[in-house]
Structure formats: C-alpha cells, structure tokens
Design a protein. Structure first.
Length: 202
C-alpha cells in the first residue's frame, strides 16, 4: 500500500506568507534606520587622512610695487590736469598750453584745450604707415591714431587723441632702433603709455 502525502492546509500557507511579509518589513526598517543614522551623522564613516601642508616661514603677503614709485607729478592749473613721469625724464612746461615730456626714446605732449599755437608734430612723409591703437586713461578707452616709420632704425611713431577734458595728448617714440634688445621696443612703448595713462583731469 503506497504512502499518501498529506496536503498542506490553507492555514499553513497563510502563516508562511505572514512570516515572510513580517520578515521583509523588519529588514526594510533596519535598512532604513542604518541609512538614516549614517546620513544624520550618528554613524560617521572613518575620516580620510588629511595631507600635511608645510607652512612658509613668512606669512605676510608679498607687496606689489607701485608702478609709479619714484616718479614725479606735474600739475597744470591753466588747463586743469596732472600727469606723472619718470624722475629721469625731461619736462618742458615753459608754455602751459604745450607741455612736453621726453624720455630717452619716447615723448608725450599735452596740448591744452583750445590752444591754437603749433604743438607737437605737424606732418609726415611718404615713408610712414598709418597706425591705430587703444589706450586706457582714467578707466576709459580712447582710440589713438597716428603714424609709424617704415624704417626700423631709426624708428619713429606718434599717436594722438583728445581727452574728454578737451586736452589733446600726443605720444610716441623717436630715433629708436626697433631691433634693440636693451631697451626693447616693448619696454620703451610701455613706459610711454604708462605716462599717458597717468593723465588725470583735476
């Protein structure tokens, strides 16, 4: 006579299903608590090692030198402006309406507003090429126009623009060897532009 397998009762199936559901709920609650504690800082991950940073013996910030250290200031009360120039430059202010500043190879000329006499360069020959550049004075861009010589030695260039104050400014270079390495073209040019950029209408 063969052994018969007793069928599983419905109550038994229901109990297994309830136990499984309870187990899943408990597991989800535990997982949720772990995540919550981790993110709220109750359980923190081990900190990563912080690399050591060697400190310099000097903690004071480096001082940026003033671009105009050692320069002189010329003030013109007749045309209400001031301008800075290197101590070794030559200033000619005998005529308030036409003031010139000459460095070794550069020049700056300030023509007073409505000054009618000749002041600065008046013309060029055919050996010159037209030149344009932008220069910033008092935070404003000015478009300068002028000419440069086609020759590199001697090399000349001059540009001019009218300031908002009505004063005209001519600047450039004279009898310079553009192939020179001491001083370079950039050195001479930057010094001339620095003089112009210091112009202030008072």
């Amino acid at each position: 006579m063969q052994n018969e397998v007793a069928p599983v009762s419905e109550d038994g199936k229901n109990k297994k299903t309830i136990y499984l559901i309870v187990f899943i709920i408990i597991a989800l609650i535990i997982l949720g608590l772990i995540i919550y504690y981790y993110w709220t800082g109750i359980v923190k991950p081990a900190p990563s090692p912080t690399p050591s940073i060697s400190k310099s013996s000097s903690t004071s910030p480096s001082k940026t030198p003033n671009n105009y250290d050692g320069w002189k200031t010329y003030s013109n009360s007749s045309y209400n402006y001031s301008i800075k120039y290197p101590a070794d430059a030559k200033l000619d202010s005998a005529t308030p309406g036409c003031v010139t500043i000459n460095t070794q190879y550069g020049h700056v000329i300030i023509r007073g507003k409505n000054y009618e006499e000749i002041c600065g360069r008046t013309g060029v020959g055919s050996e010159y090429t037209e030149l344009h550049e932008t220069i910033i004075v008092g935070g404003k861009n000015y478009n300068s126009t002028g000419f440069m010589s086609n020759s590199t030695n001697p090399y000349d260039e001059f540009l001019m623009f009218t300031h908002d104050s009505g004063n005209g400014i001519d600047y450039g270079m004279d009898n310079f060897n553009k192939n020179s390495s001491n001083p370079t073209y950039e050195t001479v040019k930057n010094e001339v532009k620095q003089i112009v950029e210091s112009f202030s209408n008072s």
